[in-house]
Design a protein around this ligand. Structure first.
Ligand SMILES: Cc1cc2nc3c(=O)[nH]c(=O)nc-3n(C[C@H](O)[C@H](O)[C@H](O)COP(=O)(O)O)c2cc1C
Length: 214
């Protein structure tokens, strides 16, 4: 017998004979995440931290920052600034990207749209082409970012990104639901987030086998 302790604090006991099978089939994935808020007190950043904390064994979450990107303009197409090159490379280097975003006026915040515009240019160099993505967000309102996510998913379809359909990541924030460190104070929410990460991991693994058209 052998016990595995997962990042989420849960454990799995497996017979020793199954160890070889498990080692062969445990995937190492690096998942990037983008937070669509630059607020110093962002509840979506806390949600992202919670996902980082709950990542299952074999999955590593790393932030792809957007706060230092200047406004995109086609004037940059001939010579992108280093910060934009780094941003695009970071997307291209990971196995999948989770976008954690608030809803602003029933759509996505301008800072996130700006980052996505950099990712799509120069023409023919879409960083999200073929890259699996998942969308999730939290707001205090009952709509829980659903309208923003619909807009975002439409953009990701245009980018030729396979996007997680289910479960949908609409998280209604109550005071204290997420601690700053990423702790989730509600067990059902934590369980949902673990399932969400597992579903996205399966999508990432499936698309790892699919060649990307130029
Ligand atoms: C300009 C603006 C527009 C907003 N529009 C919406 C909205 O359409 N739907 C919603 O649920 N919350 C809306 N909110 C409230 C945000 O959900 C709330 O401020 C949330 O904390 C933002 O996420 P953050 O804390 O991660 O930055 C809006 C907030 C701002 C500043």
């Amino acid at each position: 017998m052998c016990m595995f302790l997962h990042g989420n604090g849960m454990s799995t006991v497996v017979p020793a004979g199954d160890l070889f099978y498990l080692e062969e089939h445990m995937t190492d994935r690096t998942i990037g995440y983008i937070v669509g808020s630059i607020s110093s007190n962002s509840i979506n950043r806390r949600l992202a931290k919670a996902l980082e904390r709950l990542a299952p064994a074999g999955t590593r979450l790393v932030e792809i920052p957007i706060a230092d990107l200047p406004f995109y303009s086609p004037d940059h197409d001939g010579d992108f600034p280093q910060v934009a090159r780094d941003f695009k490379q970071a997307i291209e280097d990971v196995d999948g990207v989770i976008i954690v975003t608030p809803e602003y006026s029933r759509s996505i915040p301008g800072v996130l749209k700006n980052a996505l515009d950099w990712s799509a240019r120069p023409y023919g160099r879409m960083s999200f082409n073929g890259k699996p993505t998942a969308v999730i967000g939290t707001s205090q309102g009952g709509i829980a970012t659903a309208a923003a996510q619909q807009h975002l998913k439409a953009i990701l379809v245009h980018y030729n990104s396979p996007t997680l359909g289910q479960p949908e990541g609409y998280v209604q924030a109550s005071p204290g639901l997420f601690a700053e460190s990423g702790e989730v104070t509600n067990d059902q929410t934590a369980e949902f987030l673990v399932g969400y990460l597992e579903a996205f991991g399966a999508l990432v693994d499936r698309y790892a086998q699919v060649p990307v058209a130029a």
